[in-house]
Write a protein that binds this ligand. Structure first.
Ligand code: G3P
Ligand code: MG
Length: 230
């Protein structure tokens, strides 16, 4: 079972910052998950559209220019990174799950992926793009069919497999509270991977492994690996 660092090693370091991503790599996470919004056509890595919870800024990210956002403290002196900076840091060292938050992220992502492939030799196969916004994922798959898609859901709807198929997704990403043996078996039968968020405690990690899920999003990648004897 793979460990995906949720917003980086966000349990110990400021979430969605270069520091949290560096630590996720140091802690040998198999993958990093991060959240992106688009401002002035550039993807920035932050979970909320508002600044208050994770930074010393106030208000909506859209009230600010990119330059202004770059001067905001996202914790321990860390800036809000651009996705480009994160791609430069990761350099295919682990796989990456980009979660699209803003509805205006499609074109910026397409531009960035082209640039990353050309300038960094970024391997598209190391990327899985997810979103709660399924029409956005469908549009992405149409625009760039080689992008791998994860169908993200906060629940487990009856038609989960239908929307995964419609999106040509290779994985379903579900909240831990909705996962059971039957669902995992059904997903496997359909050739879908199952990634579960957010799982940090020893008992829940063992349970997910027993159920046969492919990976869990964890805020404490090193500790989760330790709990699993990895
Ligand atoms: O992608 C898994 C998880 O990150 C989805 O929820 O709110 O933490 O972005 P959230
Ligand atoms: Mg997320």
């Amino acid at each position: 079972m793979q460990i995906i660092a949720h917003r980086g090693a966000s349990g110990e370091y400021p979430e969605n910052t270069l520091l949290a991503f560096k630590q996720a790599l140091a802690q040998k996470a198999d993958a990093i998950e991060l959240d992106v919004f688009a401002v002035e056509g550039e993807l920035i890595v932050i979970h909320d559209a508002r600044l208050e919870r994770t930074t010393n800024g106030k208000g909506s990210i859209y009230q600010y220019t990119l330059a202004e956002l770059a001067s905001i403290d996202a914790g321990r002196g860390q800036a809000i990174p651009t996705l480009w900076q994160v791609l430069q840091l990761i350099q295919n060292k682990c796989w990456l799950n980009i979660e699209l938050k803003g509805a205006n992220t499609l074109q910026p992502l397409l531009r960035l992926l082209d640039r990353a492939e050309n300038e960094l030799g970024f391997d598209l196969q190391t990327l899985l793009v997810s979103s709660f916004n399924h029409p956005l994922l469908a549009a992405l798959k149409t625009a760039k069919p080689t992008v791998r898609i994860g169908a993200l859901t906060a629940s487990l709807p009856l038609h989960y497999a239908a929307f995964a198929a419609e999106l040509n997704a290779e994985a379903v990403h579900c909240d831990a509270g909705f996962i059971d043996e039957k669902m995992v078996a059904d997903a496997k039968k359909r050739g879908l991977k199952v990634y579960v968020y957010t799982v940090d405690n020893a008992e829940a990690l063992q349970q997910m492994r027993t159920l046969g899920v492919d990976g869990v999003f964890s805020n404490y990648p090193a500790q989760s690996r330790q709990f699993l004897g990895l």
